[in-house]
Write a protein that binds this ligand. Structure first.
Ligand SMILES: C[S@@+](CC[C@H](N)C(=O)[O-])C[C@H]1O[C@@H](n2cnc3c(N)ncnc32)[C@H](O)[C@@H]1O
Length: 332
């Protein structure tokens, strides 16, 4: 089975053991509170962020969610509210949407391999009223930097918008084709009926739209002189690195590094080998230090933590949430 089918199966079966359906408490803590407290912990301590997302509450506080004080200023993205964020392998999108609410004057872009994940993320972003500065795209992280392909904030935004537009057009075409079919049937029966209210099945439409956009000439691929790049200020990776390193660690690390501006920040949440029996794929501290070497990255903090609860993580037989590494690194 190929990787799209493997990950796609989770979504089509509705079994997402990692999915909290909310922005992660680690991201909330880092953005809303003072992470200087985390940096003071040794990396053998377990630091549990004492905040949980309250649905609706952060909607009301949109734009006032970023805490910056003299103690943590250097640990926060230097662009303030204009921070451009990327979430790789964003799943159902809650954390990316949260970043869009915090960084109201920047763009937050999420991407995932699975069309269903992207379409749920888009629906949620529409519901949460952030489509003006939050976008989602379906993409394989390993296909973003193929030769001749531009990859930065602007290119990612353009591709997300193009995919969204294709989807809308496809949906409208499907509605109009069905209406025509119904009209023909009506005519042939010579009876009068009210117009049909068909909508393309979201998943079908997304998959077809993605196919269309990957073959169409999105502004990423061009023979025109290269445009200046606008790299990301902040990348959020929750349970992506620990899965994708098994596909091609070097390529994924290269993507992380080259997507960020110098001085840009990457937040990581990965499985932790100190409790290998419980939860997601795991790494040792040494694995992380080797993957993010001093020559390219500066560790701002690296502590142990626990993943947020999901039904799978609190299933009978589990007496604790999976142990995580929670880290922040700065691109040199
Ligand atoms: C463990 S889940 C984490 C999802 C999300 N970050 C979260 O914490 O809820 C891993 C995600 O990676 C996505 N994924 C797997 N391989 C990918 C690839 N090559 N490119 C982009 N996304 C990928 C999957 O579809 C899945 O949504």
């Amino acid at each position: 089975m190929n990787k799209s089918a493997v990950w796609g199966n989770y979504y089509s079966n509705g079994y997402l053991p990692w999915d909290t359906k909310a922005p992660s408490s680690h991201l909330l803590y880092y953005l809303n509170q003072c992470p200087s407290l985390i940096a003071r912990k040794g990396n053998e301590d377990i630091f549990i962020p004492d905040c949980q997302p309250v649905k609706g509450e952060y909607k009301a506080r949109q734009g006032q969610l970023l805490h910056i004080c003299p103690d943590c200023q250097k640990m926060k993205p230097s662009q303030g509210l204009q921070t451009n964020c990327l979430e790789l392998a964003c799943g159902t999108g809650s954390s990316c949407i949260y970043m869009a609410k915090v960084f109201t004057m920047g763009r937050s872009i999420g991407l995932d391999l699975v069309a269903e994940a992207v379409s749920s993320s888009r629906s949620l972003a529409a519901e949460e009223g952030v489509l003006h500065n939050c976008a989602f795209m379906q993409a394989d992280v390993f296909s973003l930097q193929t030769p001749g392909t531009r990859w930065d904030v602007e290119a990612a935004w353009a591709l997300s918008q193009q995919q969204h537009k294709d989807l809308m057009e496809l949906s409208a075409e499907a509605s109009s084709a069905l209406k025509k079919e119904e009209d023909i049937k009506d005519d042939s029966r010579s009876t009068r009926r009210s117009p049909p209210t068909f909508r393309a099945h979201p998943r079908e439409a997304t998959e077809m739209a993605v196919h269309t956009s990957s073959t169409s000439d999105v502004p990423l691929h061009s023979d025109a002189p290269p445009k200046p790049t606008y790299l990301f200020d902040f990348i959020y990776d929750c349970q992506a690195f620990h899965a994708l390193r098994h596909v091609d660690e070097a390529a994924y690390l290269q993507l992380l590094h080259s997507s960020l501006k110098p001085g840009g920040l990457l937040m990581l949440l990965t499985g932790n080998a100190n409790e290998p029996d419980c939860g997601p794929s795991v790494l040792t501290k040494q694995d992380l230090l080797l993957a993010f070497p001093d020559s390219l990255w500066e560790w701002v903090f690296l502590v142990q933590s626990r993943f947020d609860a999901t039904p799978a993580y609190v299933a009978p037989g589990r007496d604790r949430l999976p142990l995580a590494w929670w880290g922040l690194v700065r691109k040199r």
